[in-house]
Design a protein around this ligand. Structure first.
Ligand code: UDX
Length: 436
């Protein structure tokens, strides 16, 4: 076991898969450097303590009812998070205060690290005199836009067809049509959240990004100017520790032997992450597009992904039969291992930041199907800046899916994308080595 350094760090992840993974990977990095780790977490989406026997886990009340927790897969994540943010402050304060009172001289609590999406933790840590570091689980470019996002939302609320593809000069490389999709239907509700995140991050002791200069040098410099705190960009965390151990869902391990039976770079992996929802029509279009492409595919259909459905029951027997000829559908996959498999040739993704980084690091080109929020930005970087993927431009339509799969997997455009990605992958890998 690594030598302990006599310091303990308290971590508090936001209860979403895409936020828990980076936080626990960071916990592993810190533990390997000698820090002891305590993770405070909510009952909702509680991480599995048994997968991390070296850390201490403390559960606090989140104020959600049993039915809210059961309905969570199809609920509006933003309103759930807003409720948790209100109901968790007091239990969190009590828990942290108790930890500080009980801490020993031989193992001092050095700081709190929590997600920038927690709105009360800066005030709590100030009142207890504990330094707070903020973990941003998405691209720095997106956090940098927080101060201007409310303004952009109203400015580009209604965009005519003729200007839809125009660049947003205040927020490159976004196009005007992307802005309303960042926010969804009730965008104005996000305005106070964005303001509090900016204010509390400025008051914090530092900002940690799961990113590196090779991906966003200018944004990291700008983050320092905007938030006026020390910035730590420590690379894609999964390059040090896999995200698998922090999976909230049971991973279907049969994916790997199934992939073992496929040809090199022949399979398209399809996953829309842990929070995006799609309509039944979109679901059926993806199914037909994949089937018509005639390429083998591994498709993660998370229970609750399709609005109004439990799992894959909207697929008729006929479509099911044609899908089974070429593909495999699972509820949740060991994604990092899947992307690293020699049989994977492309990733149809919603472009969550974790998925985007995992894809770049494994050299898998992407078809971008962003659902909203920072995914809109990540997908523009993938398709327009790094040029390592094809953008769906919001068209979840069977012919478009089929066309994109063929373009990526067999046509010359796919070849060029793969060459560019090889270069980017090597750059990012070098950055992780340097920062070791
Ligand atoms: C959310 C937001 O959508 C995302 O935009 C933000 O950057 C982080 O929070 P999520 O939608 O879940 O996250 O996407 P993503 O960031 O890609 O994280 C998903 C994680 O789940 C990845 O680490 C991925 O490896 C893992 N995963 C996904 C699995 O382990 N198995 C699966 O079947 C699918």
């Amino acid at each position: 076991m690594e030598k302990r350094n006599g310091l303990r760090v308290i971590l508090f992840p936001l209860p979403l898969q895409g936020c828990i993974n980076p936080m626990l990977q960071l916990a592993n990095i810190l533990h390997s450097r000698g820090f002891s780790i305590t993770v405070i977490h909510t009952r909702f989406n509680a991480p599995k303590a048994s997968s991390h026997p070296l850390f201490t886990f403390l559960q606090i009340s989140d104020g959600l009812s049993e039915s809210q927790i059961n309905d969570a897969p199809t609920s509006n994540v933003m309103s759930l998070l807003a409720q948790i943010n209100c109901s968790t402050e007091s239990p969190f304060r009590d828990c942290l205060r108790k930890l500080l009172v009980e801490s020993q001289e031989s193992e001092k609590i050095s700081c709190l690290i929590d997600d920038c999406g927690w709105l009360f933790t800066q005030s709590v840590s100030e009142s207890l005199n504990l330094p707070r570091l903020v973990l941003c689980t998405f691209k720095a470019t997106f956090l940098n836009a927080y101060p201007i996002l409310p303004l952009l939302r109203t400015k580009y609320l209604h965009v005519s067809a003729s200007e839809a593809e125009d660049p947003v000069l205040e927020f490159p490389p976004l196009q005007k049509r992307d802005i309303s999709r960042i926010f969804g239907k009730e965008g104005e509700k996000l305005d106070p959240v964005l303001r509090i995140v900016v204010e509390t991050t400025i008051r914090s002791s530092g900002l940690i990004f799961m990113s590196c200069e090779e991906l966003e040098k200018d944004s990291l410099t700008l983050a320092k100017e905007i938030y006026k705190v020390p910035i730590f960009a420590i690379g894609p965390f999964h390059s040090y520790f896999s995200a698998s151990s922090s999976s909230l869902f049971k991973q279907d391990e049969t994916c790997i032997p199934w992939l073992d039976n496929q040809e090199d770079k022949s399979v398209i992996y399809v996953s829309l992450g842990s929070v995006v929802n799609i309509t039944e029509t979109e679901f059926l279009d993806i199914a037909c597009g994949l089937s018509n492409s005639k390429h083998p595919f591994l498709w993660v259909v998370r229970p609750g992904l399709v609005l109004g459905a439990k799992w894959i029951e909207p697929l008729s027997e006929g479509i099911m039969r044609s899908l089974e000829e070429k593909g495999k559908i699972v509820k949740w996959a060991p994604q990092q291992e899947v992307l690293a498999h020699r049989a994977i040739g492309g990733f149809l993704t919603h472009n969550g930041w974790n998925s985007t980084l995992e894809s770049i690091c494994e050299g898998v080109p992407m078809i971008c199907l962003p659902g909203g929020l920072d995914q809109m930005l990540n997908s523009r970087f993938v398709s327009d800046i790094w040029r390592v993927g094809i953008h769906s431009e919001g068209r979840i339509e069977k012919n478009e899916i089929e066309k994109a799969v063929k373009m990526l997997m067999v046509e010359s455009e796919g070849e060029k994308i793969r060459e560019r990605l090889k270069f980017l992958k090597d750059e990012v890998a070098r950055s992780v080595k340097h920062g070791d």
